[in-house]
Design a binder for this molecule. Structure first.
Ligand code: ADP
Ligand code: MG
Length: 660
């Protein structure tokens, strides 16, 4: 069954659902509420001054609309609630006018002022007769919360065969709800107990799926045979001695780990985890050089062309003097050029090829591929981690990631990989000065921006969303562009970057920024991790409360890339205590630790970090105990070959050649 078969979903709604990452019925059912409204209707006589309450009321006069200015209007009407006549006001809901007919029963949400007999409503609800729990979903323009409630309930009515991935014996052991029951309750609960039971079951399932993959990969990796290289240690050490700087302790340790991995006959599957700017590239280059010295080719894959090109420039420079032949392969190259490179790879004239993930998996052949390095691998791309090993070659693999997470979590999430942590930073790097600012302090921000522009520096401005969403009141990219065009527009060029642009357009804008034509780049979080524009010394992040600290830290890492003082301004009216952690520290591991500590309480599912496709319902910190249990259960599941009974899991193991 398709989404369009659900009552109420037509093609224009479908497009809007897509922007919420809902592409099929499963996505819809797994679009869990991020919080709940507890609807508790009280008698107006019990309302407390200045506290939001909900009261039933009957409309007593025709509503009047006043248009105050563009995008700002006020709607007034009289209503009777328990014999009290209220003057109701609600802002920016002019569109409700025709719905508010005399004698209609409504529920008013808002604040009551007894003295003035006024009620300032923040919301008006229809068709509510009793107290209940209302799920609240993330929205986009054109889709209301009620729409989603309806779509989901319609879907639950007609969908059959909802897959249940928890093995029967575990369902019995833990007395779990069925998948359908859990979905029913999470979207339409009667009480908190039901929410908890549904959550537990859905979390367990999500973690089971995840840990099953991690654990089976771990088992495969421990058995996999790799290349046992023989290298001339003196030649190899020349690389380190030739560097223009001394390696930090953690960098040295990482190179030793890699040396051991590559010279014994186990297959390397190592993750180098270190903050932005901690110097991971040089470690990767060391591995590539070692691999070269022992007679094998290497491939380095970056998530985007820009990053690939950047790596090509810096790595080919540092390997030039060692005669390593490096080539770049990107989609935008001419066909002839590509063919030549592919040919040279095949006959072994190229020692290192650098490109994007897509390119390298697309039928490129090697003479002797010995090492694959993947930069900025998405952290939960467990599925992706396998594609390489299916190409008939068994190269060693090195992953680089700039998303530091606390060690305990790292050991579990990356349980299938060996870890090298880079905690020490190269000396002499200036810390990024970070400040949290309220929106009404924006003058300070603009002043600092002007200072930076005067110095000839460039600025990133980041906003969480593309279009304005009234409900969430987030500064959109376009909104900001307008503002900054007014503030700076006639002096400097401003560029806009967001996820809805075509790749080519994105690259074009990024290049203009790199070439210092665009001075202020306003974007969503698509400013790619790892992009290096050393001349940019300032970042302004709007609605910073919407992001996890780790994400903010990673974003901030786009600046502070040379020896000039850099700045990061976090603009937010909320959550400033949490954001202040970033004022205090530039250490990604510390920040992620704090992030895990502070996140999630008042919010059932934790903050949904934008731009990171992680878990749908699991929050690693809150659910760590479940995770530990799941880790044990999945291990037993694998050891006892229970997977043979479930086609879904059997298939996964076949796909990664765990079983044939
Ligand atoms: P990452 O990939 O971890 O974000 P890079 O590898 O790009 O960081 O390193 C950032 C910069 O620091 C580069 O210019 C690199 O040459 C430099 N660098 C790396 N290691 C050291 C070191 N030990 N001492 C001084 N500078 C270093
Ligand atoms: Mg890097």
């Amino acid at each position: 069954m398709e989404l369009e078969d659900i009552k109420g979903i037509g093609s224009s709604i479908l497009k809007k659902l897509n922007t919420l990452n809902i592409y099929n019925i499963n996505d819809l059912l797994e679009d869990y509420p991020y919080r709940y409204n507890f609807i508790n209707i009280i008698d107006i006589n019990n309302a407390i001054e200045n506290e939001t309450c909900m009261v039933k009321a009957i409309i007593a006069s025709e509503p009047k609309v006043q248009y105050i200015k563009r995008n700002f209007n006020r709607l007034n009407f009289k209503a009777i609630s328990s014999n009290v006549i209220l003057n109701v006001t609600i802002f920016n809901r002019a569109f409700l006018k025709n719905n508010l007919t005399i004698n209609k029963e409504i529920v008013l949400v808002g604040k009551y002022n007894k003295l003035k007999n006024s009620f300032i409503a923040s919301d008006i609800k229809f068709n509510i007769s009793e107290n209940k729990i209302e799920p609240v979903y993330h929205l986009v323009e054109g889709i209301t919360n009620n729409n989603l409630i309806k779509f989901i309930s319609n879907a639950l009515e007609v969908v059959d065969g909802i897959p249940d991935y928890i093995p029967d014996y575990l369902n019995t052991k833990y007395h779990f709800l069925s998948k359908r029951e859990a979905l029913n309750l999470i979207h339409n609960p009667n009480n908190i107990e039901e929410i908890k039971r549904a959550c537990l079951r859905l979390k367990y399932e999500e973690l089971f799926n995840f840990m099953f993959k991690i654990n089976s990969l771990k088992i495969i990796n421990s058995k996999a045979k790799g290349i046992k290289r023989i290298v001339n240690k003196d030649e190899l050490d020349k690389f380190i001695l030739n560097l223009p700087f001394k390696l930090t302790t953690d960098q040295l340790k990482a190179t030793e780990d890699i040396y051991n991995d590559l010279t014994n006959d186990n297959r390397m599957n190592r993750l180098v985890l270190g903050d932005v700017g901690s110097g991971k590239t040089v470690i990767a280059t060391y591995a590539i050089y070692l691999n070269y010295l022992s007679g094998y080719q290497s491939a380095l894959m970056a998530p985007t062309e820009i990053l690939a090109t950047q790596h090509f420039k810096s790595i080919s420079k540092s390997l030039e003097k060692f005669n390593v032949k490096v080539a770049l392969l990107t989609g935008s190259m001419k066909k002839k050029e590509k063919e030549q490179i592919i040919e040279n790879l095949k006959n072994g004239e190229i020692d290192l090829i650098i490109g994007t993930h897509a390119l390298i998996s697309e039928g490129v052949e090697f003479r002797t591929l010995g090492l694959v390095v993947t930069d900025e691998q998405h952290r939960f791309g467990v599925g992706q981690r396998n594609t390489l090993r299916d190409k008939g070659v068994v190269p060693d693999v090195l992953y680089l990631s700039a998303t530091p997470i606390p060690r305990t979590y790292a050991l579990t999430i990356y349980g299938d990989l060996d870890l090298s942590l880079i905690k020490t930073k190269p000396n002499g790097r200036l810390e990024i000065i970070t400040k949290v600012k309220k929106e009404d302090e924006i003058k300070d921000v603009l002043y600092q921006m002007l200072e930076q522009l005067k110095l000839g520096h460039q600025i990133y401005v980041v906003s969480p969303l593309i279009e304005n969403n009234e409900e969430m009141d987030l500064r959109s990219v376009f909104d900001l562009a307008k503002k900054f065009n007014i503030a700076f527009g006639n002096k400097v060029k401003i560029g806009i970057l967001h996820g809805k642009l075509k790749n080519k357009e994105k690259d074009e804008i990024m290049n203009q920024f790199k070439n210092n034509e665009i001075k202020i780049l306003i974007s969503t979080t698509v400013v790619e991790v790892g992009v290096d524009v050393p001349n940019s010394t300032m970042m302004v992040i709007y609605n910073a409360e919407r992001f996890g600290l780790a994400t903010l830290h990673q974003l901030r890492g786009r600046v502070g890339r040379n020896n000039v003082q850099s700045y990061c301004y976090l603009v937010s009216n909320k959550d400033t205590l949490r954001l202040k952690v970033l004022e205090e520290s530039n250490d990604g591991f510390y920040i992620s630790e704090k992030d895990f500590e502070m996140r999630g309480q008042g919010d059932l599912f934790g903050v949904k970090q934008s731009g990171e496709a992680t878990f749908k319902i699991v929050n690693l910190k809150d659910d760590y105990q479940i995770l530990l249990q799941v880790k044990k259960d999945t291990m037993e599941f694998i050891e006892n070959k229970e997977y043979l009974k479930i086609a879904y899991y059997k298939k996964i193991l076949e796909d990664i050649n765990f079983i044939n």
